[in-house]
Design a protein around this ligand. Structure first.
Ligand SMILES: *Cc1c(COP(=O)(O)O)cnc(C)c1O
Length: 356
């Protein structure tokens, strides 16, 4: 770091992504990516012809992509905003709705980026601890007098909030934006989508990274009523008008249209999740009831970090989050059947080592 960097940014604690090892080949269960490649229609769309057009700027309005997303959810393209990953969409939303006079309420244990964005944009967040069982204390999110940002289902806890609770939060914070990050909604839980008609302050954020096998393409979107979407467009056009490249745009259109492939991937992951939960419970793991593509699990007789380290030595990467309240847990992404079988086999060996 140089002495030139602004003091505010010197004090910033950047988001730490999960490891992306470039050398040794690990079984990668640490960043909630899909174990499956993108839809075959995506591979076809990224043709030599498309690549040959890279001399031209992409459509700054990303209209065809927004149309494809809107069609999927029965909305108008004007109700869809697209960004370079949902991280960028979240960033624009924090920039649009928060500053030192406009705070935001977030859960203590949730997606780590919310705190980073708050710091980056000079927003003092109101941080609400979760209940001891990792459920959300809904009452504390009612009538906050601030914007609210929640992930539903939540990460890393994997728990979903009933739609009724989401509605109470949106309704009682009517004077402020309530952002629901639905990164994992395709794997379980109830979407806030049906509430859009009724609530002009609701903004739903989603991603292609988890359920649509496009983490490397960087594509996320927001669904909301037109004025909120116009706000985000305004911020984006003042910062990075071409934030989605033309290849990703083409990929995003086809990934959204291929409903059959999408459904088959989800079905597989949800089946693996059920089998994995059963297998780990049989080994005395504790875990929450997952509505996502990962398990939030606590191994018997060792810390989360110890289990993480022992799996890593055996070529399997899971995510350990260093936070005092998460010490006995790891987050394990659901992979293919073969990957899950390998995880269970290695875990049995590890348990023999720690409980001789
Ligand atoms: C993975 C994740 C994101 C970020 O997704 P990208 O679209 O890849 O930027 C956002 N929110 C939550 C809760 C996530 O888990």
């Amino acid at each position: 770091m140089s002495d030139f960097l602004l003091p505010r940014l010197q004090a910033l604690e950047p988001y730490v992504p999960g490891e992306q090892p470039q050398g040794r080949s690990f079984i990668k269960l640490n960043t909630n990516e899909s174990p499956f490649p993108p839809s075959p229609r995506v591979l076809e769309a990224l043709s030599r012809e498309k690549i040959a057009q890279l001399n031209l700027y992409p459509d700054p309005l990303a209209y065809e992509l927004r149309k494809a997303i809107a069609a999927e959810y029965g909305l108008a393209p004007e109700q869809v905003f697209v960004g370079n990953g949902s991280d960028e969409v979240l960033g624009f939303a924090f920039l649009a709705y928060g500053d030192n006079a406009h705070p935001v309420t977030i859960p203590e244990i949730s997606y780590g980026f919310y705190k980073v964005f708050a710091q980056l944009f000079g927003i003092a967040p109101t941080v609400i601890p979760l209940n001891a069982d990792f459920t959300l204390p809904v009452e504390k999110f009612l009538a906050t007098g601030t914007s609210v940002v929640l992930a539903n289902p939540n990460a890393p806890t994997a728990l979903a909030l009933p739609l009724q609770d989401i509605e109470r939060i949106v309704q009682t914070n009517a004077g402020h934006v309530v952002l629901i990050d639905e990164a994992y909604i395709d794997f379980g839980g109830e979407s806030a989508l049906p509430l859009l008609e009724k609530y002009p302050n609701l903004l739903i954020v989603r991603t292609y990274s988890k359920s649509r096998s496009l983490a490397g393409g960087r594509l996320g979107y927001a669904l909301g009523n037109q004025p909120l979407i116009e706000d985000l467009e305004r911020v984006k056009s003042s910062f990075h008008p071409y934030s989605i490249n033309s290849l990703t745009m083409a990929a995003g259109i086809q990934a959204m249209k291929d409903k059959g492939y999408f459904a088959a991937c989800l079905e597989d992951i949800i089946r693996q999740r059920q089998e994995m939960a059963k297998a780990l419970k049989a080994l005395d793991f504790k875990m929450t009831d997952s509505a996502t593509n990962f398990l939030f699990a606590s191994p018997p007789g060792m810390s989360g970090q110890d289990y993480y380290q022992r799996l890593k030595e055996r070529g399997i990467l899971v995510r350990y989050l260093s936070h005092p309240k998460l010490e006995s847990y790891v987050r394990i992404t659901i992979g293919t059947k073969a990957q899950m079988e390998q995880l269970i086999a290695e875990t049995k060996e590890i348990l023999k080592e720690v409980q001789p």
